[in-house]
Design a protein around this ligand. Structure first.
Ligand SMILES: [Fe+2]
Length: 432
């Protein structure tokens, strides 16, 4: 775009905001969409023109990704753990990581260590008669129907805690966090060197499994992304005529924005969502896919403002449900859905917190599909608040408050204990 003089953001029409879930959602959506369109128009270009800038840029990325796929190449960057530990990751590899927003860390943990953790988890749940006492899925979001769960609502096994507080995990998290801009305007939005140890679950999918997979969606929020003041500030460049300055790696305002409660919400700020493989997995066995374009968030946020979307509709986004990415509204983006390459136990897989992801269906799965979900959730006011409730859950063996209140581990004597925490674990839980 040619340089053009833009009015100062302060002189643009202000946006209404709702710090709590509005009672009348369609009405709030109508109001915010009209206000966003008016604000964008006052900045010198229409919403359609701003969207066209984003669309053109995204098209180029999509074309590159689909061309790579046709050549039989993966679009997923791969970096060896050893080079992260040695601090020798080439600038080019980091550039590709920021361009694609996702990463496989090869050899993050020793393969035998990861396979050992997988066995330890089985022993842990078996010794506590988990399968006999399992009451079925506590939510209808990730769990599948069946006598044995694939998602284990287990948070406090020694294996999980050892991985979360390990030096190797801390190094990779710090490396990933440092891809983000975490300071601006005299504010440190998060501390890239300290993780908040976000406890999440385990997936163990056995050989022969049939799974419908998981549809394309995003995790960072729902209507709050448009309706709260904090997120309006975080996405300010999309709405004030400075679309060219939108940076998906800028954490400004993100770690302070209000969130609407929901059964699938993640209370913490994650730079990357991630998991560590506890089994080898082949690329065609129902694995994770992403749309490896961090800038696609601009597309997702602006798309509802176009005239073909009904006034009270945000392209299907509503509270209490995952933010969907759909063929109806985002066909361009979904062309770029790219599966992970083959991974081995001990590799870890990461994707930018705003990126579209899905899990492919599989029939008669070959081999196990086992992962521990461990994200990069750096220390910041939001994560510090959540860490206080995590501390309680840890002490009592309860399910963390972001998850269904199943509390299987409360009476389990061999869960990870307070005295087993190292410095990283204590700092992550806010214990010093
Ligand atoms: Fe997700």
């Amino acid at each position: 775009m040619p340089a053009q003089s833009q009015p100062e953001a302060a002189s643009l029409p202000p946006l209404p905001h709702w710090e709590q879930t509005p009672a009348d959602l369609p009405s709030a959506i109508r109001q915010i969409k009209a206000a966003l369109r008016a604000r964008i128009a006052a900045s010198g270009r229409t919403a359609e023109e701003v969207f066209a800038v984003v669309e053109q840029q995204i098209k180029a990325e999509v074309n590159e990704i689909t061309a790579a796929r046709e050549r039989g190449e993966t679009s997923w960057p791969v970096i060896d753990y050893a080079s992260i530990e040695a601090g020798t990751v080439p600038a080019q590899a980091q550039e590709l990581l920021r361009r694609r927003g996702c990463l496989v860390v090869r050899g993050h943990f020793d393969r035998d260590q990861a396979l050992g953790w997988d066995r330890d988890i089985v022993d842990y749940v078996d010794s506590n008669r988990f399968f006999e006492t399992y009451r079925g899925p506590g939510d209808d979001f990730f769990a599948s129907v069946g006598s044995k769960p694939e998602i284990y609502p287990i948070y406090w096994s020694p294996a999980q805690m050892q991985a979360r507080q390990s030096d190797r995990m801390a190094r990779v998290q710090a490396f990933l966090n440092s891809q983000w801009k975490h300071e601006s305007g005299g504010v440190q939005w998060f501390d890239p060197g300290r993780d908040s140890l976000y406890p999440d679950r385990i997936r163990r999918r056995p050989p022969g499994a049939n799974s419908a997979g998981l549809g394309s969606h995003l995790d960072p929020g729902t209507l709050d992304l448009w309706l709260t003041q904090g997120f309006q500030q975080a996405f300010r460049h999309l709405f004030d005529g400075t679309i060219e300055r939108y940076d998906p790696w800028d954490a400004a305002y993100r770690t302070a924005a209000a969130q609407y409660p929901g059964s699938t919400m993640c209370s913490v700020f994650r730079t990357f969502q991630g998991w560590t493989a506890l089994s080898d997995m082949a690329r065609d066995q129902g694995v994770l896919h992403t749309v490896p374009i961090p800038d696609a968030m601009a597309y997702l946020m602006l798309r509802p403002l176009l005239a073909d979307v009904p006034a009270g509709d945000m392209c299907g986004v509503t509270v209490g449900q995952a933010f969907p990415a759909s063929e109806k509204w985002h066909p361009l983006l979904l062309q770029a859905l790219s599966g992970i390459p083959d991974v081995r136990a001990g590799d870890s897989v990461w994707w930018h917190c705003d990126m579209i992801h899905s899990v492919a269906p599989v029939r008669n799965q070959q081999g196990w599909g086992n992962v521990m979900y461990i994200p990069a959730a750096p220390w910041c006011p939001r994560n510090e608040r959540y860490a206080a409730s995590v501390q309680d859950a840890f002490r009592t063996g309860s399910s963390p408050s972001d998850f269904p209140a199943e509390h299987y581990e409360r009476g389990w004597p061999n869960r990870f204990q307070l005295q087993d925490l190292n410095d990283t674990g204590r700092r992550g839980l806010g214990l010093g």
